[in-house]
Design a protein around this ligand. Structure first.
Ligand code: GAL
Length: 941
């Protein structure tokens, strides 16, 4: 056979690709502990490993499936775009780690007469397999299945399987996805018995005609087969049909109706799960079953913090359940076909899937002009086609898959076009996507990524930058538009989700999009999650690999809570004349939901009840309900909840909600009473040092926040400007301290070194009887032009024994100017520690917005602060500077104080780490400002 490391060919000796399915034929799962040895290069790898009697007793053991780098052999590498080896296709460096695997297994006698197929579901990146000393072949295509016919080679009794895996191969040039480079047999290995005449492959065509409600069923099979679908009255009929079926229930992501059936051939039975649906790009939008669908999607990589891309079924289910609970209805399998079981779960639980081929050559863009890109080099044609064929053939029977994607960021070229043509011929019923097909020449939808709101608006109006060729332009203008990646969810963010959603909903052309991305790929290390550079890589891209809506351990981040709120399938609006209920589902009515309401006063529920939910079919106008109570003195919350258990959430799960916030702002009465608090001030600095018995430091003007990823990354990062000016190192100068009537006036100038820019900060202190009222007046000095500020607020510190915070304001989670819809008004309690959001890379977090009052307490009393009317609040055991310096969460150590920020404003979040900056209305600029807060000691202090 050819040397797999020096050829453009994708493999040799393999069976043709086919659907992934499970029949009742015997099978032997070969997962478990294998013998394993890693050599630093292929030249240093042992010879003769294929011989059944080879002595592997000195080798290690390694589980299959697994990545060897996560089991003490070699180390993970993270690069986004750059290849970690020279661009010299198809060659790879000599120092190519090579993993040898061996395992013996016994086959029972009854396998004697049967044929056999050996199946590898995923091996990264290239492997050769031998059974009982005989070479079977080799393959590339890490996230794609490979099968070898081992009939006559596998035999009853003892068998020995040997596999040699190379970390790098020509295939690696086609697998430059933004993720960890991790190697090995990382999906299952199975031996399948095949009877003569048994089914090798099938293709279910189950169409739904929305005009008549009828279904058509046809199953193409590789051998004559009989079909049974009891529910449809089909009993042991020829599989081909076609069968015209009256009144089938269609499959949708909202109502994933599956019909159970089976195929029989060659004495073998194959279970089927059939979903009737039709997908079309028709008169503008993408339609399923005749109706436009709006994708509220996420990009999902397969990731586990301990196991890399090795996922068990429970984790796959957990992803889907979490998505469904957060109102997500679509997944793009970025950037490769996932484990097939994930798609079975999408069929069952209901998600629209854009299924992407295992292809990316992004690193060739670093040549400046995509020089040498395999996508346009005919020598790679077979490899490209091979990948698309293995993708489509494997997953063609899933109703959840509504679109194929050729891959990601592989430039343009003849090989992509060839893939598209093949896919169109093989499966004309599913539209094709590929984002780098800028002109949409061989695809069916117009795709963009990280589009600004402004550009999306133009696309919605079909007024995007036109193509030079008017015919091509008219064709593309007629296509639906998808934003296949947007709202880069790196660190604290994304901001601006609601503004995107408004545009998706406004324009018929917009079919929605997929947030980048689902999960942070942080690998668990002692005490923290690791990212690029933590394994001593030669080249790496730092924490850019942590940009998900869930943390590496799948804890939802505040960004996910915000997304859930923004994409609610039911929109409840507190209108002047009643409660407006809009059904934003694409298919489903609202009979699966109930409406509840409650009124609270400072967190205490004072009235509640149910509201009748009218039938509002999808697509019909909103309904208006009368307000259930005349009480407008406390917030009224209306929730839409599941009436019954769904497979992804229990009855009572909240799907959507809205709040009517009372005007005027509720009275801010102390809950536990206060006592007079004489303040003690340092005459050298003008700062408060004691409030009654409570030692404090500050408050004083502060502008810094530990830059979030969106502040410090991307094009011309705003944090560079902040640091250049010195907003992270302010000096304070006391100008004067006077008493005017009953007010202590402290005048200061606050400024960074080396600049004439500064701010005058005047602090006016008054004893109101309920506490010390501080009014801070800020006046910029110098030419700040349109320089933005990280924050505008006060910082102070309290004794380290403060460990609890109770507040009346927005919560329970953090909220920032352009990501605050998920927070609702209420009374909340938390420990100081639990107020922190553990972004993998430490950065500003944890701010509670619109706080009317808060009590920061501990065993010896504490501080009460009252906004006028509100302020934003953070409390942490470290300073913003500590947060800024730390590179991992466990570098943040409790200091000898609790540091409190009381803010008037924060700069927005945006998603500039990869995408647009903070929208103009959420930018914080230097300006004159005044705000007030009353400080007192809590009663039991
Ligand atoms: C996109 C790419 C993704 C990811 C993202 C940034 O360009 O398709 O794979 O790299 O940028 O996180």
């Amino acid at each position: 056979m050819t040397d797999p490391l020096t050829t453009f060919s994708p493999g040799e000796g393999r069976r043709p690709p086919r659907a992934a399915f499970r029949s009742d034929a015997p099978r032997l799962i070969l997962d478990g502990d294998w013998r394993f040895r890693l050599s630093p290069s292929t030249a240093e790898a042992p010879t003769g490993i294929e011989r059944p009697d080879f002595d592997d007793s000195g080798w290690d053991e390694l589980p299959v499936p697994a990545h060897w780098q996560l089991h003490g052999h070699g180390a993970p590498i993270y690069t986004n775009i750059a290849y970690p080896f020279p661009l010299d296709p198809p060659y790879v460096p000599d120092d190519n780690p090579t993993g040898d695997y061996r395992r013996a297994f016994d086959l029972p006698e009854e396998w004697g007469d049967l044929g056999a197929v050996l199946r590898f579901d995923g091996v990264d990146s290239c492997f050769t397999a031998w059974l009982n000393g005989q070479e079977l072949g080799w393959s590339t295509g890490s996230r794609l299945p490979t099968e070898f016919d081992v009939t006559g080679i596998a035999r009853p009794g003892r068998n020995v399987l040997a596999v040699r895996v190379h970390q790098w191969s020509p295939g690696s040039y086609l697998e430059d996805q933004d993720m960890w480079w991790l190697s090995g047999i990382f999906r299952s290995v199975t031996l399948l018995a095949r009877a003569l005449g048994a089914l090798d492959d099938y293709f279910v065509h189950a169409d739904f005609d929305h005009t008549t409600g009828r279904g058509t069923l046809r199953v193409d099979t590789s051998a004559p087969a009989r079909l049974t679908v009891e529910e449809l009255g089909l009993r042991d009929v020829p599989a081909q049909g076609p069968y015209d079926l009256a009144a089938v229930e269609p499959w949708t992501a909202e109502t994933p109706r599956l019909y159970a059936g089976e195929l029989r051939a060659g004495g073998e039975t194959t279970p089927l799960r059939i979903g009737f649906r039709s997908v079309a790009v028709e008169d503008g939008p993408l339609k399923v079953n005749g109706r436009p669908v709006l994708l509220r999607g996420v990009n999902r990589h397969e990731f586990h913090p301990d196991h890399g891309r090795v996922l068990d079924e429970e984790t796959m289910r957990e992803d889907i359940v979490l998505m469904k609970r957060h109102n997500i209805n679509a997944v793009r399998t970025s950037h490769y076909p996932p484990d097939s079981r994930f798609l079975e779960l999408c069929d069952e639980l209901g998600l629209w899937v854009m299924l992407e081929c295992d292809l990316e050559t992004h690193g060739f863009s670093l040549t400046g002009d995509w020089r040498g890109n395999p996508s346009d080099d005919p020598r790679w044609r077979e490899a490209y086609l091979d990948r698309m064929q293995r993708t489509v053939e494997r997953d063609k029977n899933h109703p959840s898959v509504v679109m194929w994607s050729l891959g990601n960021e592989a430039g343009d070229g003849c090989n992509l076009q060839a893939m598209a043509e093949w896919a169109k011929r093989r499966d004309p019923d599913r539209p094709l996507h590929y984002e780098h097909d800028w002109d949409s020449r061989y695809t069916d939808v117009y795709s963009r990524m990280y589009t600004s709101h402004e550009e999306l608006d133009a696309i919605g109006r079909r007024a995007e930058e036109p193509l030079a060729d008017p015919v091509a332009d008219a064709r593309r203008c007629g296509m639906p538009a998808v934003v296949v990646e947007y709202a880069h969810a790196m660190g604290n963010g994304p901001g601006g989700l609601a503004e995107y959603q408004r545009l998706f909903e406004k324009y018929e052309r917009c079919m929605g999009g997929f947030v980048w991305e689902w999960i942070d790929h942080g690998l668990r290390q002692d005490g923290h999650f690791a990212y690029g550079g933590d394994f001593g890589e030669e080249l790496h891209d730092g924490n850019f690999v942590c940009d998900g809506l869930v943390f590496p351990d799948r804890t939802p981040s505040p960004g996910l809570a915000e997304y859930k709120k923004v994409v609610e399938p039911v929109r409840i609006t507190m209108a002047p004349d009643g409660i407006e209920i809009a059904n934003l589902h694409d298919f489903r009515g609202l009979s699966h939901l109930v409406l509840t309401w409650c009124v609270e006063h400072e967190g205490e529920e004072t009235a509640s009840g149910d509201l009748p939910l009218p039938a509002i079919p999808a697509g019909s106008p909103p309904a208006l309900l009368p307000y259930p109570t005349a009480d407008t003195t406390g917030p009224l919350t209306v929730s839409a909840r599941l009436a019954k258990d769904e497979p992804w959430a229990p009855a009572g799960h909240e799907v959507a909600w809205a709040q009517r916030i009372p005007e005027p702002i509720p009275a801010r009465r102390p809950t536990r009473g206060t006592r007079p608090d004489p303040g003690l001030f340092d005459t050298r600095t003008g700062r408060l040092t004691r409030l009654g018995d409570l030692p404090v430091t500050g408050p004083r003007l502060d502008l810094w926040r530990a830059p979030i990823d969106n502040d410090r990354l991307g094009h011309d990062p705003v944090a560079d400007t902040w640091r250049r000016i010195g907003l992270d190192r302010l000096h304070h100068r006391l100008l004067g301290m006077d008493t005017e009537d009953d007010t202590l006036v402290v005048r200061t100038r606050v400024a960074p070194a080396a600049t004439d820019l500064g701010m005058y900060a005047t602090y006016r202190w008054q004893d109101t009887g309920e506490g010390l009222r501080l009014t801070a007046e800020i006046e910029p000095d110098g030419d700040w032009q349109d320089i933005s500020l990280p924050r505008l607020g006060l910082r102070m510190s309290l004794p380290a024994w403060i460990d609890h915070v109770t507040w009346y304001g927005l919560g329970p989670g953090e909220a920032y100017p352009d990501s605050r819809l998920a927070a609702r008004l209420g009374r909340y309690s938390s420990t100081v520690d639990a107020l922190q959001t553990p972004y993998v890379f430490p950065q500003e977090n944890g701010s509670r917005a619109d706080v009317h009052w808060a009590e920061l307490t501990g065993p010896q009393g504490g501080l009460r602060l009252t906004g006028a009317p509100t302020c934003h609040l953070t409390a942490r055991r470290w300073t913003s500077e500590d947060l800024d310096t730390a590179r991992h969460t466990d570098e943040l150590r409790p200091a000898d104080a609790v540091h409190v920020n009381i803010d008037l404003a924060q700069h927005g979040l945006g998603s500039a780490a990869c995408g647009p900056r903070v929208l103009p209305n959420h930018r914080l600029t230097a300006r004159s400002a005044a705000f007030a807060v009353t400080l007192s000691e809590t009663a039991d202090g």
